[in-house]
Write a protein of this length. Structure first.
Length: 289
């Protein structure tokens, strides 16, 4: 563990974690899954939601920012592989850490290599009043490799029925609950879509890379800016599915909305030998006007 001011090992929600105290924000990262558990800019409640009913390791952590890699769901895989890839259920290592002159913290973490997979991954995190997270994938083999991925952020909201997502109007989305049929988005995203009330599992195509989650109940807006991604997944399971889940907690599904910076569905990355791809997200809390 590098000796850096504002960085120490401890526990968060009962899990071994790196605890960060940067200028402008506090954060926690689980070594299990390289999983950002918490990011709370000064003056704000945690921006991320973490389940009150977490399943014990080595299960994937429900909440925070799961790293979905090297495939989204089981895209392009057989039925016998873990959903969303292996990165979120293995122990990661800290490769480097430093404190910038402005007091923000920069960390690089990586999962172990997987036998037979000619891809490597590292995650770069920059923690301060703005959060920046990058997934950097390199093809170490001698043939092109196709992969999919996501930063599967669970944003904490006052009540998922009362928030809106701006930046999607006019886009087209693939609806997983409708056999991936394509539909147009009209206006802001809201949970109570007349066609599919009370749940959302949409892959927005050709997404522009800037979205605002407007939450009157918490009196804040969360701005998400993405790069290296042409898809945004907007997911909330809705009541029926959430209440069947063993790791969400009764009623807790109302307290989050996932906005996932992704390469998924038709947006696959074909990486040439030796080439590198970076998926990036930046998150800021904005006041409401
Ligand atoms: O339960 P998990 O494996 O963590 O997946 C949680 C969710 O991830 C994404 O949002 C997918 O689009 C959903 O279909 C899936 O249910």
């Amino acid at each position: 563990m590098p000796d850096v001011q504002g960085l120490r090992l401890g526990t968060f929600a009962g899990m071994p974690a790196l605890l960060l105290e940067a200028q402008g924000a506090r954060a926690a990262i689980a070594v299990h899954g390289g999983h950002l558990l918490s990011w709370a800019p000064d003056g704000h409640e945690d921006v991320l939601w973490l389940s009150p009913a977490l399943a014990p390791a080595p299960a994937a952590i429900r909440g925070g920012v799961p790293v979905i890699w090297p495939y989204f769901g089981r895209q392009g895989q057989g039925d016998d592989v873990p959903s969303h890839g292996f990165a979120r259920t293995v122990r990661w290592q800290v490769a480097s850490a430093r404190r910038d002159a402005d007091g923000s913290l920069r960390l690089t973490l990586a999962p172990p290599a997987l036998d037979g997979l000619p891809l490597t991954l590292r995650m770069e995190l920059h923690v301060g009043a703005t959060l920046e997270q990058r997934l950097v994938t390199t093809n170490t083999g001698d043939a092109p490799v196709v992969f999919t991925q996501a930063l599967h952020s669970y944003f904490r909201v006052s009540d998922v029925h009362r928030v809106r997502v701006q930046g999607l109007d006019g886009l087209r989305f693939l609806d997983k609950n409708d056999g991936y049929a394509e539909h147009p988005q009209r206006g802001d995203w809201q949970l109570d879509d007349a066609r599919d009330p009370g749940r959302s599992d949409y892959i927005y195509r050709d997404a522009p890379g800037r979205y605002v989650l407007d939450d009157a109940g918490l009196d804040r807006r969360i701005e998400l800016v993405t790069g290296g991604s042409r898809s945004l997944v907007v997911w909330n399971p809705g009541e029926a599915s959430a209440e069947r889940s063993s790791d969400m907690g009764h009623g807790a599904w109302r307290g989050f909305l996932c906005l996932e910076a992704a390469n998924a569905g038709p947006d696959r990355i074909a990486l040439a030998p030796g080439a590198t791809h970076t998926l990036m997200q930046q998150v800021r809390v904005l006041p409401r006007d």
